[in-house]
Design a protein around this ligand. Structure first.
Ligand SMILES: *Cc1c(COP(=O)(O)O)cnc(C)c1O
Length: 375
């Protein structure tokens, strides 16, 4: 590092304080969906290179410092898990679920420029912004008590606009209650109304990485009828850097492919330069866990969620959760405890999310805190 000087004592102290704050905040997360049990130290040596997966992951770039081969392995793993037709899919590692959702809507708009987008009231806040950026007309659909889309309202609303192509933005695990919209039921509505120009994007940011492992398997993937699907990588899988996976039917991607001579690859992704480290993290995760390990992780999370629900009910907090959800919804608690345990709240309810790394002991500490402030 020519021309650089060492940090001053003051700067070092600042770093030390930051480290301590992050460490202590990590020990008391319960309300945000981030896995905390990852260890990527075996990969730290790669951080000294200017890694960049610029452009399309399936077309080599003239820039050679990248991890495309690992990125493709990760995509292949999830394409199979989400039952995409062999050689008929495409995708890339994104900066997170929101980018994947935006990508799905972008593809939908390029195919059906005059479509109406339908999404439930429980949809993630980022989607409104994406629809605004993409300038797509849209209608919010009512949700059922549990956060799942109201299929009757969806049916009636599509019928009223049946002259327009239909894009449904389906939730596979809503932010507040982890409700999953049923993609097969949505397809049935299209059939019933004889809608042929249609597209379904699955926002599986929260639950996509473990939904294949729960029984009964929810209807959410390509075999069930989605056109594209987005998952967050830093949630269930775990990553110190936000990331995600987006997959789509290959024919959809081909419509937007545009080859660019300067980078020697196709500009098929939203950002130009792309993170090459996060694909490496995800690759490491799928190699070390495999299907079996991810299944066991899922079961563990479900057990902790069942335990949390039971313990919260014991102290009278009206806890409930959706089928095979690792999110437990319960009555709002004292503000200072909500801050301490980083619990988001909405309409008198709050939730905790039993991501990998959340132990029963952490649930016990929360319960103890709640009981402590009651007396
Ligand atoms: C987290 C989340 C998003 C946004 O994903 P990011 O990875 O934070 O960009 C979108 N939808 C749902 C349901 C989510 O849980």
């Amino acid at each position: 590092m020519q021309y650089a000087k060492p940090l001053t004592a003051e700067d070092k102290l600042e770093l030390e304080k930051l480290y301590e704050k992050i460490q202590s905040k990590t020990a008391t997360v319960l309300g945000y969906p981030v896995a905390m049990d990852f260890d990527y130290s075996e990969l730290y040596r790669f951080l000294k290179f200017p890694i960049n997966n610029i452009g399309d992951p399936f077309i080599e770039s003239t820039y050679g410092i990248g991890t495309r081969e690992m990125e493709r392995e990760v995509l292949d793993f999830f394409a199979e898990l989400f039952r995409a037709e062999e050689n008929e899919w495409w995708g890339y590692i994104t900066n997170g679920g929101s980018e994947g959702n935006m990508y799905g809507l972008y593809l939908a708009r390029e195919i059906f420029p005059k479509a109406m987008v339908y999404y439930s009231e429980s949809t993630h806040y980022s989607v409104q912004k994406n629809l605004h950026l993409l300038d797509m007309p849209n209608i919010a659909i009512r949700t059922q008590e549990n956060g799942e889309i109201d299929y009757n309202d969806l049916h009636d609303t599509i019928r009223m606009n049946r002259n327009m192509p239909v894009v449904v933005f389906a939730n596979i695990g809503t932010t507040m209650t982890e409700a999953r919209d049923d993609v097969k039921k949505i397809r049935d509505i299209f059939k019933d109304l004889a809608i042929h120009h249609c597209y379904i994007h699955a926002d599986a940011a929260l639950s996509g990485a473990y939904s294949p492992f729960v029984d009964p398997r929810p209807a959410f993937d390509f075999a069930d009828g989605v056109d594209s699907i987005a998952v967050s990588g830093h949630k269930f899988l775990g990553s110190p850097i936000p990331c995600g996976i987006v997959l789509a039917k290959k024919t959809h991607r081909d419509r937007i492919a545009n080859s660019v001579a300067y980078i020697g690859t196709a500009d098929t992704t939203i950002s130009g330069s792309r993170n090459g480290i996060t694909p490496l993290f995800l690759w490491y995760t799928i190699k070390r866990y495999g299907i079996e390990g991810l299944k066991l992780r899922t079961e563990k999370c479900l057990q902790v969620a069942a335990y949390a629900m039971e313990e919260l009910n014991k102290i009278g907090l009206h806890a409930w959760r959706n089928t095979n959800a690792i999110t437990v919804v319960f009555s709002e608690i004292n503000k200072s405890l909500q801050l301490k345990w980083q619990l988001a709240s909405d309409n008198g309810n709050t939730h905790l999310i039993c991501m990998p790394g959340i132990s029963k002991e952490r649930i016990d500490l929360l319960i103890k805190d709640i009981l402590g402030t009651k007396n």
